[in-house]
Structures are given as structure tokens and as C-alpha cells.
Design a protein around this ligand. Structure first.
Ligand code: ADP
Ligand code: MG
Length: 243
């Protein structure tokens, strides 16, 4: 389980997360919805300690930290081993082949030998439908293909929790569908996924849980059925923007 308790994060006098409590269960797909600027990216970045909040605590499986005092780099690194993030942009190494983009990270972080990493990378690239593009460079791929390389890359480091920040928002609908298919496969394998998205169909189809973030607070935490049937005025207003 990944758990945040009483987490508050401000930028200057802008309170972006306001006393947030949540739990993400292992083996579930948790979808985070909410209007632009509500704090979704910041929340995900806190889970991966790319942002350190002023107060509260983070617990991931058997590991945890209390915020409020300085965290050592080694402490941050040890917590971050449990999760990995896929961003809206693909953040691939432009001068490395598709295969190297996926095989290098577990070698660099000492998890696998070069031979093991290469064999794992081939398998994962096959899984995301790119087994025939191993020697291409990222620039020669479509956005959807690049994002699938990015997903294979985080799978290669085998984190407990996979965090996705609007992984399809830079893509045309057709390319978005390719990436969503990979996410659906991961959800069906019962990976632990946290997905920030505006893709309502994805949330309806695969979410085990929906969290609705509104102005830095959790405005809903429950099943997708309850969320989409909610009569809460704030949630209705958010959902009408997709109609
Ligand atoms: P969302 O992902 O829901 O659109 P964000 O978490 O990106 O929301 O942003 C929430 C608020 O925090 C916004 O007002 C944004 O301007 C502010 N914010 C986010 N990151 C920073 C930062 N690094 N410095 C200052 N303000 C930030
Ligand atoms: Mg965002």
C-alpha cells in the first residue's frame, strides 16, 4: 500500500495540496481526476518524492518518511525505488536506440547485468508492440510509440507502483488508443497503477478507484460507478466539461 497522511504542499502562498489523506492499494488501478490546476501533478510528484511537502507523511509498503524536517538524499533514493513515473512528454534519451532506452536504466541503477537487461528490454518492447523497432531512434517514432517506449522503460526497472501523469494528453486520438491499450493490459495484470488522466472512458473501463482532486483537496474517493453517478454539484460540473 502507498499511503499519504495529512500532506500539505505550498508554492509560496499558493496552497496546492491541503491536508491530503489517501491510500493506493496494491494491485489496483487508481485514477486521479480533477480540473486543471487542482494539484494532480503535484500529488503524483509527492508520491515519487519529486516534490517534498511541508508536512504529513508518505508510506510505501514497509518504507516511510515523515515530512517537515530535511530528508537525506539516500533516504529519498531508497523511497523512490518503490515507484516510477511516466510523464506527459516522453523524456527518452534521444541519442540511444529504443532498445538501449529500455535496457540502460536497470543497468545504471545496478539492478540487472547488461545481458539480463537487454533480454528483459526485448521482452517488454514486444509486450508494448514495438518488438520490430528495437534499433530505431526515438525521433523516428510517433508520439504513441515513444510513449510506449517510456512505459517499457519504467517497467524495466520493476517498481512496485507505476505513476502516470496524463500519459496520453500530447497524443492524437488514434495514438492515444495505442497507449491506453498498454495501460489496460497492465491493469488487467493487476499491476499497481496510479493514473492522472482526462480520459473518462479509461476511468470508466479500468479504474478500481477514482480520486477526484478539487483545489488541493480530495473531493471524492470511491468506485468509478459511484463517481460517475454522483449528484455532487462540483463533480457534476466537472463531468459536464466532457459531454
Ligand atoms: P494539475 O496537474 O492538476 O493541473 P498542478 O499540480 O500542476 O495541477 O498545479 C497545481 C498548482 O500548483 C497550480 O496553481 C500551479 O501553478 C502550481 N504549481 C505547480 N508546480 C509549481 C512549481 N514548481 N512552482 C510554483 N507553482 C507550482
Ligand atoms: Mg498536471
Amino acid at each position: 500500500m502507498l499511503e499519504l497522511k495529512n500532506v500539505s504542499k505550498s508554492f509560496g502562498d499558493n496552497t496546492v495540496l491541503d491536508d491530503v489523506d489517501l491510500q493506493v492499494r496494491e494491485g489496483e488501478t487508481t485514477v486521479i481526476l480533477g480540473p486543471s490546476g487542482s494539484g494532480k501533478s503535484t500529488l503524483l510528484r509527492v508520491m515519487d518524492l519529486l516534490e517534498v511537502p511541508e508536512s504529513g507523511s508518505l508510506r510505501i509498503n514497509e518504507d516511510g518518511v515523515e515530512f517537515g524536517s530535511t530528508l537525506s538524499d539516500s533516504r529519498i533514493r531508497s523511497i523512490r525505488k518503490h515507484s516510477a513515473m511516466v510523464f506527459q512528454g516522453y523524456n527518452l534519451f534521444p541519442n540511444q536506440s529504443v532498445l538501449k532506452n529500455v535496457s540502460l536504466p536497470p543497468v545504471l541503477n545496478g539492478k540487472l547485468s547488461a545481458a539480463e537487461a537487454e533480454s528483459r528490454a526485448r521482452e517488454l518492447l514486444g509486450k508494448v508492440g514495438l518488438g520490430d523497432r528495437l534499433n530505431e531512434y526515438p525521433d523516428n517514432l510517433s508520439g504513441g510509440q515513444q510513449q510506449r517506449v517510456a512505459i517499457a522503460r519504467v517497467l524495466a526497472i520493476a517498481p512496485d507502483y507505476l505513476l502516470f501523469d496524463e500519459p496520453t494528453s500530447a497524443l492524437d486520438p488514434e495514438l492515444e488508443a495505442e497507449v491506453i491499450k498498454v495501460l489496460v493490459d497492465l491493469a488487467e495484470e493487476k499491476r499497481s497503477l496510479v493514473v492522472v488522466t482526462h480520459n473518462i472512458q479509461f476511468a470508466k473501463k479500468v479504474a478500481d478507484r477514482v480520486l477526484f482532486l478539487d483545489n488541493g483537496s480530495i473531493g471524492f474517493d470511491g468506485s468509478p460507478d459511484e463517481f460517475f453517478a454522483s449528484s455532487n454539484e462540483r463533480i457534476r460540473r466537472y463531468l459536464t466539461t466532457f459531454e
